[in-house]
Design a protein around this ligand. Structure first.
Ligand code: ZN
Length: 427
């Protein structure tokens, strides 16, 4: 049994154990209730949908049961349709209905008693939920869900709402997103979840994210996973690669360097001039800063991205880029100030050279050329001509959509962006 299958079995086994431990007490659950809790053929994933909130509203035809509270009241069950509030504090979550405290516990499991959905702050989710107190305050919510139901709420949010001519792009995204999600089950974690519902992993919006066409793609590709050496691949993807996907060794030197993420030319052939993603609005772009504005941005952003301390500085002396990768991505950026020189490597450069507009936005990519204008030993203007949008590692989504329109199959698209992998039906 390979590690992945072992991990999958352990997860399913643990889920069964958990539900059995709940069932050992006075409550007995029917097989339908187990099934509704998310124990199914599709491997279970645990998705953090709310990291921390003072209160969470839960609404559905629901069953509640608590576990692991200090009094040992394992398996208490609270039933009934209706609206409940879960509040956190002091290391506990409190279940409240009509202003009345029903129970206080460390962890609360919520399961729809039928095929109904569970509403969390008005948003519908499939599967079941675990609510717990995080860091002694607030409530965190984890959605336990079969990976395919999870993907239904990921696909259109991640690749957009596609027409029928781009359908293979949905299928490719389904295989990539499924592979990525399952690759996260491998890891031994201190966290009690596998995936975040944000760009940190994949954006997941529950039922609100679903569309009929993307759901069809998830169903059609069920069980199909891109594998490398018997493991689901780390199928990273981003919006637009600018013509060449990034080499993980240069963009994310701190991550594991799987060879299927060394970067490829995003075109029919290595020599072809027409990139698949050339139609993107982000294929080529420019951004510029007056020196004093960039100084202010760097005074904030640099200390977060540099290993070690940054001495306070009042002048920006120069910016130098170097070590261009074969695709043109910048390997490092040296920021030279009146108090020191700081080197930022790989993708972290995007968090340092933040654009002036758009609060919180980062530089679109590290595929750029920089032009620094200096006067009397001081930077007065910086211009950047860039290409692509996102980290650029793995599948290029704009390229994927174009390939689909050109008649490539999902399998061909996956093998183009992740060379050397195999696609297997693993469940
Ligand atoms: Zn591309």
């Amino acid at each position: 049994m390979n590690r992945f299958l072992a991990g999958k079995c352990i997860l399913v086994f643990m889920s069964i154990l958990f539900f059995q431990s709940c069932a050992r007490e006075e409550i007995r659950y029917s097989p339908e209730e187990f099934a509704a809790a998310g124990v199914r053929e599709s491997p279970l994933v645990r998705v953090l949908i709310i990291e921390k909130s003072d209160r969470v509203d839960i609404d559905s035809e629901v069953l509640f049961f608590s576990t692991e509270n200090p009094a040992g009241n394992v398996g208490k069950k609270f039933g009934g349709r209706g609206r409940y509030t879960v509040a956190g504090g002091g290391g506990y979550v409190r279940l409240i209905r009509d202003g009345r405290l029903i129970t206080r516990t460390e962890r609360l499991f919520v399961n729809s008693s039928s095929k109904g959905l569970i509403l969390v702050n008005g948003k519908a989710y499939r599967g079941s939920l675990q609510l717990s107190s995080r860091n002694d305050s607030g409530v965190s919510v984890i959605n336990f869900i079969g990976v395919d139901d999870y993907l239904k709420g990921v696909l259109p949010v991640e690749i957009g709402y596609l027409d029928s001519g781009s359908y293979e792009a949905y299928r490719a995204q389904a295989i990539a997103s499924r592979s990525y999600a399952l690759s996260k089950l491998e890891k031994k974690k201190k966290d009690n979840y596998d995936l975040r519902a944000t760009i940190m992993d994949q954006v997941y919006k529950g039922v609100a994210g679903e569309t009929p066409r993307s759901t069809q793609a998830v169903v059609e590709t069920e069980g199909l996973v891109a594998m490398w050496k018997g493991q689901p691949i780390k199928a990273y993807y981003s919006s637009c690669c600018g013509g060449h996907t990034a080499d993980i060794r240069l963009s994310w030197p701190w991550k594991t360097h799987f060879p299927y993420l060394y970067g490829i030319r995003d075109a029919r052939t290595e020599k072809s001039e027409r990139s698949f993603c050339r139609g993107s609005a982000h294929f080529r772009w420019s951004v510029s800063w007056p020196g004093d504005k960039l100084l202010k941005i760097l005074q904030k952003s640099l200390k977060k991205e540099v290993d070690g301390t940054v001495a306070p500085f009042r002048n920006l002396v120069d910016l130098r880029t170097g070590g261009f990768a074969p695709d043109g991505r910048v390997k490092y950026l040296d920021v030279i100030t009146d108090t020191g020189k700081y080197r930022i490597t790989g993708d972290r450069i995007r968090w340092v050279l933040r654009p002036e507009s758009h609060n919180g936005a980062i530089l679109r990519s590290t595929l750029f050329k920089i032009n620094v204008k200096r006067k009397r030993g001081k930077v007065v203007r910086v211009e950047i001509l860039g290409g692509g949008n996102g980290h650029g590692v793995g599948m290029c989504q704009t390229g994927t959509i174009r390939m689909a329109k050109l008649g490539y199959s999902a399998e061909e698209i996956i093998l183009h962006y992740y060379p050397g992998v195999v696609i297997k039906e693993i469940y």
